[in-house]
Design a protein around this ligand. Structure first.
Ligand code: GDP
Ligand code: IMO
Ligand code: MG
Length: 427
């Protein structure tokens, strides 16, 4: 029975944490399937605010089992500090399950991430510096360290040595850094083994059995469609597949099991880090979106780049993810603008283009073609149903839905759990 995927339809920070938390009370499992602690998911429950990086947002719903799937990269020190932080606030984290096949972000992966960015200079990606790219690179190069390796010291030592052989050459000869001692890394990694042990499980078996037993499983994506290593604005992307297919490989569940794919879509657009962003604003409107929307990174504290809604991107997200629904977030942030521009197409080298160009060069040249929709000034944060919204807000939502290619089934009008208008039920 139902397996739902919930993912970012833009460049991340669309409000996935809030949406996952909202559904968390009605689902049996919430599974992270890719990424790591580069994510920053904010969940507001009553007067409590939680910032989750690695843990699935379902951890805040007591009935729900949170799962870290095989496709995630895990920094054990971050995991423990996140667990400690939640335990101190009275959250029970004992149900957490972690795949033994998930790869570990080692200290040298974090070092390589940082020195690579420094050496790229002006061409840097603007990564979160958490070791994400180098850890996935090690996985693909078959020199990665998995959680299960912590339970065989001899294998762990061999693997760390193999991983460091090449890296130390690079660190010392290219990057001018000191070599990293394999023994010290092994010692650090082994120090995590006992505390991790109770959480380690065959999550593929657990999740497939759960689905056979008619349990509801929600897959929570990190990052967003345009940050996908295959379908995003490469090379200005993250190193995993946040798109819907990533849920299958990153959790070991077949595509025939997925019944619904929900794209989280901000009512405007933001991006953190480098890379093209056609609707980016450099004026007071951009500044106002940043201020009113609180657009500052949860993980790195960097200001987010802000711009108007881009329907070309939303249509693209519908296509590459097979979206069945959108959850439109932060509509309340747009309150007060007399006119709201929406990008409906691009102009590329003098030609109008309706769909996302596959050429990186073309995308760098894309200029937004705007249609302007009338705004509203009424406070909408207490709206409970679609009809509570002012007419112009209703029309804005309807216009976005028409342009984006999938129904908008929920609308966020504030950060809190209850600040949501449900149009079609997700379950
Ligand atoms: P995520 O990475 O996709 O989980 O998103 P982030 O947590 O990084 O950023 C989304 C921000 O918007 C958080 O501060 C949320 O609390 C907040 N948020 C989510 N939905 C809404 C909404 O509908 N309205 C408002 N005003 N804030 C929201
Ligand atoms: P959530 O889950 C927004 C961006 C970084 C950088 C690029 C690569 O909160 O939506 P990485 O450290 O992953 O190698 O950095 O991806 N990035 C995010 N931007 N939200 C995120 O996560 C992000 N995770 C990574 O800023 O541009
Ligand atoms: Mg975020």
């Amino acid at each position: 029975m139902p397996a739902l995927v919930l993912l970012g339809a833009q460049w991340g920070d669309e409000g996935k944490g809030k949406a996952t938390d909202l559904l968390g009370g009605s689902v049996d499992y919430v599974v992270r399937y890719q990424g790591g602690n580069n994510a920053g998911h904010t969940v507001v429950v009553g007067d409590q605010k939680y910032a989750l990086h690695l843990l699935p947002s379902g951890i805040l719903s007591p009935e729900c089992t949170p799962v870290i799937g095989n496709g995630v990269v895990v920094d054990p020190s971050v995991l423990f500090s996140e667990l400690n932080g939640l335990n101190e606030r009275g959250v029970d984290t004992s149900k957490l399950l972690i795949s033994g096949n998930a790869h570990i972000i080692t200290p040298y992966n974090v070092t390589v991430d940082k020195v690579t960015e420094r050496f790229l200079g002006k061409r840097k990606i603007g990564t979160t510096g958490r070791g994400i790219g180098p850890t996935y690179a090690d996985k693909i190069n078959r020199v990665g360290i998995r959680i299960q390796d912590l339970y065989d010291e001899s294998i762990l030592t061999q693997k760390v040595e193999a991983a460091l052989d090449g890296k130390n050459q690079l660190l010392t000869k290219v990057f001018n850094r000191r070599a990293i001692e394999a023994g010290k890394v092994v010692e650090e990694l082994l120090s995590y083994a006992d505390r991790l042990k109770p959480y380690v499980a065959d999550t593929v078996l657990v999740l497939n059995r759960a689905l056979e037993d008619d349990k509801v499983v929600l897959f929570e994506g990190g990052q967003g469609t345009l940050l996908d290593i295959d379908h995003g604005t490469y090379p200005f992307v993250t190193s995993s597949n946040p798109t819907a297919g990533g849920a299958c490989t990153g959790a070991g569940v077949g595509p025939t099991k997925i019944s619904r794919v929900i794209g989280i879509l901000k009512a405007y657009t933001t991006r953190v880090g480098s890379g093209p962003f056609p609707t980016e604003l450099f004026d007071e409107d951009g500044e106002a979106l940043r201020r009113i929307g609180g657009e500052r990174g949860v993980t790195t504290g960097r200001d987010r780049r802000c711009g108007w809604f881009d329907a070309v991107i939303a249509r693209y997200a519908t296509r590459v993810n097979g979206l069945t629904d959108f959850f439109l977030t932060k509509l309340d942030v747009l309150t007060g603008w007399e006119q709201i521009p929406v990008c409906v197409a691009y102009e590329i080298d003098g030609k109008r283009v309706e769909e996302l160009p596959y050429s990186q060069t073309d995308f760098h040249h894309a200029k937004p073609v705007y249609e302007t929709l009338p705004g509203w000034s009424e406070d909408i944060t207490s709206a409970k149903s679609f009809s509570d919204l002012p007419k112009n807000a209703q029309n804005y939502v309807k216009a976005l839905e028409e342009m984006s290619g999938a129904p908008i089934s929920a609308i966020g009008v504030g950060p809190g759990r209850d600040e949501t208008i449900e149009i079609n039920s997700f379950l």
